[in-house]
Design a protein around this ligand. Structure first.
Ligand code: NAD
Length: 441
């Protein structure tokens, strides 16, 4: 029997960041990982897709270079080189994680929960006052005929060549990121989304704008489409406005959400699952006495940065988890934090909404990036920001500033009049929106 202060199962962003932070304050930490460090984010998610996004964005920029007075010719996509770069980037980041884990003992084996509670791995039993389960998630699959013949996001990332065409089932975050990237690389894309608008949960104005931009790039987006069957991994049947339709492509991707990856032995520790099959936790991510579950495995907010933020809560930090930014790395990018206008209206919260188009910003126009929209939702009472939603160049960075303003309860008056924004920058979009909102309070 081995003992420690903290046992962490899973070496993704939730697990490795929490393990490193606990070790940095002097705790003896043991981290169990059956695969490679980095989890979905580094190995099959955020980082490989961001490498693809970077190449696709460069290609899009080259295609639009003539608008900025630059002529180009003979541009080709070397997908093998792009894949090689992904390997190099992920190898570098994996080494960085191993370095950050300095004093953490890493057990490279499958871990199960044993009685006590304890953790059992490679025929050894480990105990500690706290065990954190951070085992993440895997792609969910549709329960329709032929679903097994479609690719999931893991399989698409493993492709060695860009397919000639693809039907993407699901117009959520994963579906749209792949749609944007693969379209730039020359793949003919059709997106089938069940809901009336893409990106459920995002502000409707922003989602609609993004749909317009992606459609203009040549991506065929069908909303209100309920997929009912897939044949031979190349033909999709769906219902739209009461009519049955079919669409064919060389490949089909399903991007319809993710399911938890659960370690065995949860019953040994009295851990229960919620109705969706994720680990049930309280607001401090406690799943049972001495056991915590953070990240995708608890299904509360399936984002890498949410997992590590939840880990900080377990370590005792005061974290504003309700102010959680989210980003879709399409081109253009789309980002949000806080509540949408629809949520404000539905909940009866007194808010005002202000919209500023990128076309009103000098830097956006000078950079040839005037497609975009910023929307600010402001609490009428005290002028604090309730939500910030953005589609356009560097949307994530603009939303990052709003996130800080929200976390410090800054009013739009202070943001507009008491804060200096450099000129000319896209951050002035937020200042413009704050000025307009402050005038209406
Ligand atoms: P999602 O829940 O974001 O989107 C799935 C979409 O599929 C929804 O819009 C849903 O309406 C649609 N859908 C479901 N069944 C359908 C059907 N039968 N026919 C047509 N459409 C259907 O799920 P995702 O895109 O798979 O992403 C999974 C999780 O991973 C999400 O929580 C997401 O936030 C997270 N993620 C985040 C990032 C990021 O932050 N950039 C990147 C990748 C994944």
């Amino acid at each position: 029997m081995r003992t420690a202060d903290l046992l962490v199962i899973g070496g993704g962003p939730g697990g490795y960041e929490t393990a490193a932070a606990a070790a940095a304050r002097g705790e003896k930490v043991i981290l169990f990982e059956r695969d490679r460090l980095g989890g979905t984010c580094l190995n099959r998610g955020c980082i490989p897709t961001k490498c693809l996004c970077a190449s696709a964005k460069l290609l899009d920029d080259i295609r639009h270079a003539s608008a900025l007075g630059i002529s180009t010719s003979g541009t080709t996509v070397d997908f093998t080189a792009i894949k090689q770069r992904i390997s190099e980037v992920t190898d570098t980041l994996r080494q960085d994680i191993a370095g950050a884990l300095g004093d953490v003992e890493i057990v490279n084996a499958e871990a199960t929960i044993g009685p006590g509670p304890s953790v059992v791995a490679a025929a050894e039993t480990y105990t500690a006052p706290s065990i954190i389960i951070a085992t993440g998630s895997a792609p969910a699959h549709l329960r329709i005929p032929g679903a097994e013949t479609a690719l999931d996001s893991d399989a698409v990332l493993a492709l060695d060549a860009v397919p000639e065409s693809m039907v993407i089932i699901g117009g959520g975050v994963i579906g749209l990121e792949f749609a944007s990237v693969l379209n730039s690389f020359g793949c003919n894309i059709t997106v089938l989304e069940y809901c009336k608008e893409i990106l459920p949960g995002f502000d409707r104005d922003i989602a609609k704008r993004l749909r317009g931009y992606l459609s203009r790039k040549g991506i065929d987006i069908v909303t209100g489409a309920e997929v009912t069957a897939i044949e031979n991994g190349c033909r999709v049947t769906y219902l739209c406005k009461g009519k049955e339709k079919q669409v064919e492509a060389a490949t089909i991707l399903t991007a319809v959400g993710r399911r938890p990856v659960l370690p065995s032995g949860l019953e040994n520790a009295g851990v229960s699952l919620n109705a969706r099959g994720f680990i049930d936790t309280d607001s401090e991510f406690r799943a049972a006495p001495g056991i915590y579950a953070i990240g995708d495995v608890n299904g509360r907010c399936m984002l890498a940065h949410a997992a590590s933020a939840q880990g900080r809560v377990v370590l005792g930090h005061d974290v504003r988890l309700d102010i959680m930014p989210g980003v879709v790395f399409s081109n253009p990018e789309c980002a949000m934090v806080g509540i949408t206008e629809e949520t404000a209206t539905a909940s009866g919260r007194e808010c005002i909404a202000v919209k500023v188009p990128y076309g009103a910003n000098g830097k956006a126009i000078a950079s040839g990036e005037s497609d975009g929209l910023l929307k600010l939702i402001v609490n009428k009472g005290d002028g604090t920001i309730a939500g910030c939603h953005c589609v356009g160049e560097h949307a994530a960075d603009i939303v990052a500033e709003a996130t800080i303003a929200m976390n410090s309860s800054m009013s739009v008056g202070t943001l507009a009049h008491g804060t200096v924004h450099a000129h000319p920058t896209l951050s002035e979009l937020l200042a413009t929106a704050a000025t307009a909102a402050a005038a209406r309070l």
